[in-house]
Design a protein around this ligand. Structure first.
Ligand code: SF4
Length: 370
């Protein structure tokens, strides 16, 4: 469907985009309805969740958080462990720790009101320049650019930027900022994101239905599908190790808490050995086990991709007749596992340990990628 003529003949890209947005805006759980004031708490919560995560994945988590902690005060008062458990599965767990810290800062330093200034927003834990711009624009209607991946793609095509991402990010910001209108900056930010999600899609953008096609340099040159270019990702190194899943006679599972900071900080896991280039031999693995028992190695492996490396884990299982007395261990009843603060990789390991129909993955990678 071609864009209506009045959209294509608008006086600026912003005017054309806003006219399109008034008709086609997405309904999202965290978004204020047309004419409503956005709630800064909801905007902030959704923007933190949406960092490196898709709209589809965020929806369920956002609704759960809002129903458990409807205000920033409620979130600030919640135990960190509860916040981490509710975040489990969403990934990038530093976000959850920073979310909790930022809620406390808003309560303690700003009297429970989110600051409206870009600089003060940027100083909140977990809020970088992009997120501060998005909150300033969407919650406070200030003329800041909010550049998520959708908006980046639109700007890269509008200006036919050939420099690959992520290096092109500062240039895209410089090119995009002058497009932001003084009025309706929040709607403009969301319109840019919606255009990228619905029309200016990564593959086969619907340029004939696009309200800003007459301003689009990539469309004019017929190179829209080649943009934005992306730098080749370096090959991620592979790490390997062993996990130990123990159950007691009631079916409860032995878990330990990871250190508060660093990868998966503060989350729960079954005991794990160190991650090295190769799997440990059975003898070496048994020396890493949390206590003496009849540990049986499951067939197959569990595989998981982190941002900077890939992980392959062999899983050992045991039944504990009595719970060994150890510090810093937690026995979690099977019924409580679904709500425990277990990241996806640890859930995969436990599922693999309990799987009676065969291993999740039959073979480890043939070659090490280093
Ligand atoms: Fe994207 Fe095509 Fe619109 Fe250009 S004309 S912004 S490439 S959808």
């Amino acid at each position: 469907m071609a864009a209506p003529q009045h959209l294509r003949s608008s006086s600026s890209p912003a005017a054309a985009l806003l006219a399109w947005y008034d008709v086609h805006r997405r309904v999202l759980p965290w978004r204020a309805m047309a004419g409503e004031r956005a709630d800064p708490y909801r905007v902030w919560l959704s923007e933190i969740m949406l960092q490196q995560t898709t709209v589809q994945a965020v929806g369920r988590y956002y609704r759960e958080f809002l129903s458990r902690w409807p205000t920033v005060q409620a979130l600030a008062s919640a135990p960190l462990d509860d916040v981490l458990a509710a975040w489990a599965g969403l990934g990038y767990y530093a976000r959850a720790r920073n979310l909790h810290r930022a809620a406390k800062v808003v309560v303690d330093d700003f009297g429970c009101e989110f600051p409206a200034s870009f600089e003060q927003l940027k100083n909140l834990p977990g809020v970088g320049a992009y997120t501060a711009g998005a909150i300033a624009a969407i919650a406070f209607d200030q003329p800041y650019l909010a550049m998520d991946a959708n908006a980046e793609r639109v700007v890269a095509r509008l200006f036919a930027v050939e420099e690959p991402l992520p290096k092109a990010k500062p240039r895209l910001r410089d090119l995009g900022q002058p497009l932001v209108p003084q009025n309706r900056a929040g709607d403009f930010a969301q319109a840019l994101m919606d255009l990228g999600a619905a029309i200016c899609t990564p593959k086969k953008p619907a340029c004939k239905s696009c309200p800003v096609s007459s301003y689009c340099e990539a469309f004019k040159r017929g190179i829209q599908e080649q943009l934005p270019r992306k730098a080749e990702k370096p090959v991620r190194p592979l790490k390997r190790g062993a996990a130990f899943v123990a159950r007691d006679v009631s079916g409860a599972v032995l878990l330990v808490k990871r250190p508060a900071n660093g990868l998966l900080g503060g989350m729960l896991q079954p005991p794990l050995g160190p991650w090295t280039e190769e799997f440990p031999s059975i003898e070496a693995a048994l020396a890493q086990a949390p206590f003496s028992a009849v540990w049986k190695k499951r067939l197959g492996i569990v595989r998981h991709g982190f941002t900077h490396f890939e992980l392959e884990i062999e899983v050992y299982v045991a039944e504990a007749i009595r719970r060994p007395k150890q510090f810093n261990t937690i026995w979690v009843a099977e019924a409580n596992l679904p709500t425990a603060a277990l990241p996806t990789i640890m859930r995969k390991i436990i599922a693999h340990a309990f799987d009676t129909d065969g291993p999740l993955f039959a073979q480890a990678s043939a070659a090490r990628r280093r």
